[in-house]
Design a protein around this ligand. Structure first.
Ligand SMILES: *Cc1c(COP(=O)(O)O)cnc(C)c1O
Length: 382
């Protein structure tokens, strides 16, 4: 049986991962050497010349990532943002970028900044793509689904159909390859902040892009080598280690998120629960079609009289912090933390208000987590 044809759980352990041919080590060594010997000029002894261009530990990580998303290759970057930036460098000056309107705060900041070459940027509601008429103008399309923090879901196959000419890149950080595989839905590129579910332990920052076709993969490899935003070998090793338990972790994240969403839905201090796995979510049907569950992130609004800043500071077991996707449960107030850099009016218009709380459900006992939320909510009303 070919490894790519095996189940996801098996591919997390074996996909793109072979014992070290020299020593038989089941995990690749952390290869720290920056350069590699040559037997004659331009005749490297092995497959490597210089570690910015390629490195054995990074190569092992990239093979594993490509396998998990079903791409021809993966290109690892020093952070999720370096991966986003790498994809943006595919645009030539003057070309058109079309993106969803609800974006990860750092991505929105990069798109607004003058760090990137001059380009036209159109920000559209990708949850209702029929209402936008400029799809044919797009050279590059950037979609996050579900989005952060409003968990809006975009139909990837529908975007593909509306803009067959464009490079379609999907930020799949929130779902991880365990729950959604955009390449099989028509995307050309999948991007992850591996800092989140792929690393999974809140101990490494990284990013990657996985390509469906060879041509784009090679262009991204050039960008990786030319601009040099590469992850170090130890970071690659930590991400590889994270991948081993990805399937197992996502199973628990998902199960607990479902239970917590149902608890919040019935809670008298909660105004609204946003979770793509719940039938009340406006794009629940799309989510069901293109993903295998609602994911481990839940956003919710508290009612008037309940102070969200107080609640998030008082939840036992929930650490108040940015980031998500780790084994530990994290809570955050997007308006004051992850999304504080978005102009206030735009934030309010989009519903990222001070009542909105985002949870990243960890793998602790779910009943403990529910008790922790209950404590926070009760403390926030007194
Ligand atoms: C965190 C995140 C990023 C940026 O990744 P870093 O590793 O923090 O640079 C991009 N997109 C999404 C959806 C994220 O959650």
């Amino acid at each position: 049986m070919k490894k790519r044809e095996s189940h996801f759980e098996t591919r997390c352990i074996h996909g793109g991962q072979e014992p070290d041919p020299q020593t038989g080590a089941v995990m690749p060594p952390v290869s720290l050497s920056s350069t590699y010997a040559q037997s004659a000029p331009a005749k490297p002894v092995g497959d490597y010349e210089y570690s910015r261009t390629n490195n054995p530990t990074r190569h092992a990580l990239e093979s594993a990532l490509a396998n998990l998303e079903g791409g021809v290759g993966a290109v690892a970057f020093a952070s999720g943002m370096a991966a986003v930036d790498g994809v943006m460098r595919l645009l030539k000056p003057g070309q058109t970028l079309v993106s969803g309107r609800d974006l990860y705060g750092g991505t929105a900041r990069l798109f607004r900044s003058d760090v990137l070459p001059t380009r036209e940027w159109l920000s559209v509601d990708t949850t209702e793509p029929d209402r936008f008429e400029g799809w044919k103008k797009a050279n590059l399309i950037w979609v996050e689904t579900p989005t952060n923090p409003l968990l809006e879901v975009t139909d990837i196959a529908q975007i593909r159909a509306l803009a067959p000419q464009a490079i379609l890149a999907v930020d799949n950080t929130f779902m991880s390859p365990a729950l959604q595989n955009p390449l099989s839905l028509g995307a050309d590129l999948v991007v992850h902040s591996t800092t989140k579910y792929i690393g999974g332990h809140s101990d490494v920052v990284g990013g990657c892009v996985i390509a469906k076709e060879r041509v784009l993969c090679e262009r991204l490899q050039s960008i990786q080598n030319d601009a040099g935003a590469i992850p170090g070998p130890l970071d690659c090793y930590l991400q590889l280690r994270g991948i081993k338990t990805l399937a197992l972790r996502m199973e628990r994240h998902l199960k607990s998120a479902g239970k917590i969403a149902r608890f919040l839905e019935k809670h008298p201090l909660v105004e609204e629960v946003i979770w793509p796995g719940h039938p009340s979510h406006p794009q629940h049907e799309v989510q069901r079609r293109q993903a295998r569950g609602g994911g481990g992130i839940i956003s919710f609004r508290v009612k008037e009289g309940c102070s969200a800043p107080q609640a998030v500071s008082q939840m036992t077991f929930w650490t108040l912090a940015e980031s998500l996707g780790g084994v530990e449960s994290l809570v955050c107030l997007p308006s004051k933390m992850t999304h504080a850099s978005i102009p206030e009016r735009e934030r309010e218009n989009r519903g990222i208000t001070d009542e909105l709380i985002r949870l990243s459900v960890g793998i602790e006992d779910c009943d403990d987590l529910i008790r922790g939320i209950e404590r926070g909510l009760q403390k926030a009303t007194s």
